[in-house]
Design a binder for this molecule. Structure first.
Ligand code: NAD
Ligand code: LMR
Ligand code: MG
Length: 614
């Protein structure tokens, strides 16, 4: 049963195999050799080359390889295949599930994270293979929601260093420090300063779990070679008093740097990273809103970077919003008439609202100011109106006339007055879409009201899926940032849960950018990614309330998104090519050829014969 899964993916491996000479350990149907500069026990301690499963000593090194690499005698004689190792790991995972039945959710989630992390530490090939083949089961462990718990308990969990740390104490040293990273080539960097980890707030240096989890998704979804990813923690201090007082806290014990001092640290890191790896793509992740916007503005024309919370989330939400129009059985052009209430005006909420209003402006051929008419923005002080003092300039276009609804109106007041088609939460406040709010959505002007509770992790979701269907009605469309089970409805139907998470876009944005060799990430590339996701589902699926593909198809959707991003980069005339594939080659590729090019460049985990070279 388990093995059938692998066989299916082996076909993908074959399809993804012919990638030219630029990568040494690429997957092929018959795997080519992998050059290794180590021998003997050094190989066994390197998770990239190691073929030993972590829970037992069963080893995948054949005898010839043991001879070649000086391993003979260092391992017990029995040899088992990759497939047997795979099955053994899954068996031990399932037995852990059985043994922890009935224990508290947090305990079970962390136990599952530990067993996967141990495999990650010991044998990357097997780790990524089980992750790819079982992405639906394992994404909630290595990514949202468990990754939040891991960050909260970070000091006691990580057994091996992973990623790089640049702290305020490293000022002036970063250009040389960056050369301490052992890999010669880096393709994808995910960086955080730990200031807004999911909806959990400032977790300081413990936020490193987020770049690690995002990069695991890059490997699983986009086939980025795991030897070429780099998680980064910029430690500029923390304002979390509990952490500052915790003797076990591993980060700098000082309040966060602000102003020019803060920017000086990030500037120095960016210069260092792009000096060593000029072709890398940098993803900013989980920065508090003011720095998310400021750094995006500061770097987006200068470096190849994007902010996932602002831009990735906006694209996924826009695809979801367009999907809700289709779910109502209305033409897409009706999007311009949808009334949308967004709760949360931070990096994600504002990014979504702005992008959706831009889409309305484009579709209706009206100005951005006119397009903001149907959007209502609510933050911690309630509805934003022009009466609000000290309005953030980015919020100004969305501020309502207080004569229409009062300044600071609550969510329920706004929902009752506006009767919106969509209620979308990016507030980080768990349960804020309470029974009263959800019941008010029954009076929506839409025949299929949409509720998006996009905050992470699960406890921070604005409502649960079950509550949404129970209180707002069985005809709603539902999306959440963290996974929930589908809901069995009283009318006999299934209430479908969509995971409205930026994981559907960031891997394709990163991969398409990388393989195009684009100098920067343009609005056109981001829009192409969102449009690709929006058109991915069939009308039939959308009518059932299924707005996004199953996570089991994440590699396929990522290839499509990556191709759309690449083609938009070609249209924007900013591509420099990748490896042997130049800008002219890219511009001559048809849509299908681009998808094929992207797919062939996805790394796939299989054991390669190791050949020693001095
Ligand atoms: N699903 C996804 O793909 C995705 C992507 C990005 C962010 N998120 C989630 O969105 C949440 C917010 O992220 P962010 O970066 O925008 O954070 P942020 O801190 O920048 O913004 C939070 C916003 O919520 C508002 N808010 C706080 N309490 C509120 C309340 N009681 N009522 C109404 N509004 C309130 C704040 O005023 C602020 O405008 C987090 O939980 C994050 O995990 C999800
Ligand atoms: O990390 C996620 O799951 C999505 C998003 O980037 C977030 O910050 O919540
Ligand atoms: Mg994020």
């Amino acid at each position: 049963m388990m093995w059938r899964n692998i066989a299916r993916f082996s076909k993908t491996a074959a399809a993804a195999g012919r990638t030219g000479g630029s990568r040494r350990c690429l997957s092929t149907a018959i795997p080519g050799p992998c050059i290794v500069h180590k021998r003997g026990s050094d190989i066994l301690h390197d998770p990239w080359f190691n073929k030993v499963i972590h829970t037992r000593f069963d080893t995948g090194f054949p005898l010839t390889e043991r001879d070649r690499l000086g391993l003979r005698g260092l391992l017990p004689p029995r040899i088992i295949s990759f497939e047997q190792q795979y099955d053994r790991f899954i068996e031990s995972f399932r037995s852990l599930e059985r043994n922890t039945l009935g224990q508290p959710d947090n305990v079970v989630s962390l136990a599952k994270w530990r067993i996967l992390n141990r495999l990650h530490d010991r044998n990357e090939t097997l780790y990524y293979r089980v992750l790819i083949d079982n992405i639906k089961d394992f994404a909630p462990i290595i990514y949202t929601p468990t990754v939040g718990l891991v960050c909260q308990n970070y000091s006691g969990l990580y057994r091996r260093p992973r990623g790089m740390y640049f702290s305020a104490k490293d000022k002036g040293e970063m250009m040389s420090m960056i050369y301490n990273w052992p890999a010669h080539q880096v393709d994808m960097i995910v960086i955080t300063d730990g200031s807004r980890i999911l909806g959990l707030g400032d977790l300081g240096v413990q936020g490193i779990g987020i770049p690690i989890g995002k990069l695991d998704m890059y490997v699983a979804a986009a086939g980025i070679n795991p030897q070429r990813v780099l998680p980064i923690m910029l430690d500029v201090g923390t304002n979390n008093q509990k952490l500052l007082q915790n003797p076990l806290y591993l980060g700098l014990r000082q309040p966060r740097l602000e102003g020019d001092e803060y920017l000086g640290i990030i500037d120095e890191f960016m210069e260092a990273a792009f000096t060593r790896w000029p072709k890398a793509v940098v993803q900013f992740e989980d920065f508090q809103a003011k720095w998310a916007f400021e750094t995006l503005d500061r770097y987006r024309k200068k470096f190849c970077m994007f902010n996932d919370d602002v831009q990735g989330t906006a694209g996924v939400a826009l695809a979801g919003l367009l999907g809700t129009v289709r779910a109502q059985g209305r033409p897409l052009s009706d999007f311009v008439n949808q009334k949308i209430v967004v709760v949360g005006a931070g990096s994600a909420g504002l990014g979504v609202t702005k992008t959706a209003a831009q889409a309305v402006a484009r579709m209706a051929g009206i100005s951005f100011a006119e397009a903001t008419k149907n959007f209502y923005l609510i933050d911690k002080d309630g509805l934003v109106t022009t009466e609000r003092s000290k309005l953030d300039p980015a919020v100004v276009p969305f501020a309502k006339n207080p004569a229409e609804i009062r300044e600071g109106a609550s969510i329920v007041e706004v929902v009752k007055t506006v009767r919106p088609h969509v209620l979308l939460g990016l507030s980080g406040v768990g349960g804020i879409f309470n029974e009263e709010v959800l019941k008010a959505m029954r009076e929506s002007d839409s025949c299929k009201p949409a509720i998006f509770a996009m905050s992470n992790p699960t406890l921070n979701a604005e409502c649960t899926a079950a509550d949404a269907f129970k209180h707002a009605g069985e005809n709603i469309v539902f999306g959440s940032g963290s996974p929930f089970e589908n809901v069995q409805l009283e009318n006999g139907n299934v209430g479908h849960v969509n995971q409205a998470n930026n994981m559907y876009l960031f891997p394709g944005i990163g991969l398409g950018t990388l393989l195009s060799g684009a100098r920067i990430v343009t609005d056109g590339m981001l829009l192409a990614a969102a449009e690709c996701l929006a058109s991915y589902m069939t009308d039939e699926e959308v009518q059932k309330g299924i707005l996004y593909p199953s996570i089991n198809n994440i590699r396929h959707i990522t290839a499509e998104v990556g191709a759309a991003v690449l083609r938009a980069a070609v249209s924007d005339d900013i591509v420099e090519g990748h490896g042997d594939v130049g800008p002219r080659d890219l511009s001559h590729m048809s849509k299908e050829e681009t998808v094929d090019y992207i797919t062939r460049n996805m790394w796939f985990p299989i054991y390669s014969p190791l050949v020693h070279e001095k």
